[in-house]
Write a protein that binds this ligand. Sequence first.
Ligand code: ZN
Length: 322
Amino acid sequence: MIELSRRNLLVGAGLATSFGLSSRLLVDDAFAQRTPAPTKGFITYKVGTAEVTALYDGIFEKPHDPNFISNASVEDTKAAMVKAGLSPDFVSISGTVTVVKNGGKTILCDSGTGGYAPGWASGNIAANMLAAGIDPAKIDIVLISHFHPDHIFGLMEKDTNKQIYPNAEIVVSDVEYKFWTDPTVIDKLPEARKGLARRIQATFPAWKNMKQVSGPAEVAPGMTFVMTPGHTPGHRAFLLSSDKESLMLSNDTMYVPALNVAHPGWRGAYDQDGAVAEASRRALMDQLIADKMMVAGFHFPFPGVGMIAKDGADYALTLNKA
Ligand SMILES: [Zn+2]
C-alpha cells in the first residue's frame, strides 16, 4: 500500500512536470496520505472484567485553514501539532472505533466513517473487526455519540443507505436525534452540513432499531451516557464501569488532543457551540483528573487510550503505548 502510494506520487509528479500542472491535481487524496496506518489495526485490553477493543478506521489529514480556529492562527496550530509530536503539515485527525464486551453483550461505540466521510482515508473497520475476531452480525448494541459523518456513516452502505447492523439496537441521545431530524434544521445549517442532515432525515426515522434516550441514561451493561453538549447539541461521552475500574470514551469532547486538550479554550469550527463545548471539555477533563480515570478519545492517535493531567491552566494527555 505504501509502495503503491509512493509510486503514484512519483508518476503524478512526473506528469505534472511534463504538462506544467500542479502535482496536487494529479494525486488522489487516498494516495497522498502521509501518515502510515498502524501495523496492527486492533488492540484489545481489559477494564475490570469488560473486554475492550480499539479498531483503527483511518485518518483525515486536514489541510490548514485560517478559519478553522477562530482564536488561534495557522502558525499556532502548527506549533501545537509539533508539540504533540505530530507533523506540522496538516491537522492529524485519526479515527478509532471501540467495541466493548460486557455483561454478555457486544457493544459498538460509534460506527466510524464507513470509508466515505469527506476528506478521510479510512474504511478499515470491517477488516479490523474480522482480524480482532469480532463478528459484526453479533453486535447487540451500537452507541452513537453524535451525528457527524465520521461517527455515523459506518451505520450504512454508501450508495444504498442499507443498514450495516440491522439486528443491533442503535442508541442515540434524544436531543441529538431531534436536532438533526427537524425538517427546518436544513435551512439553518451551514452549506457543508446540509447534505448530512438530508441523509439523516432519509434514513434514521425509518429505522425501527433506533432508540432515543434522555439524559445520563444507562445504555448498555455497565455503560452510561455522559452529557457533553457543545460539539453538537446532544453530544454524549460514554462511561464504562466494570469491577471497580472505569474508562471514559470521551468521543469528540476533546476531538484533536493536540488542540483541544492542550488548549481547551481554542474555538474550533467543528464545535457547533464553542462556549458550551469548552465548558463540557473542561468539566470532563477535571472529572477524569479527580477520578484518576483512563480516557479513550475517538480522534486520539491510535489506539487512543491515556490519562489527562493538568498543565498550568490547560491540560496534557499522556497516551498509553500500543
Ligand atoms: Zn469526529
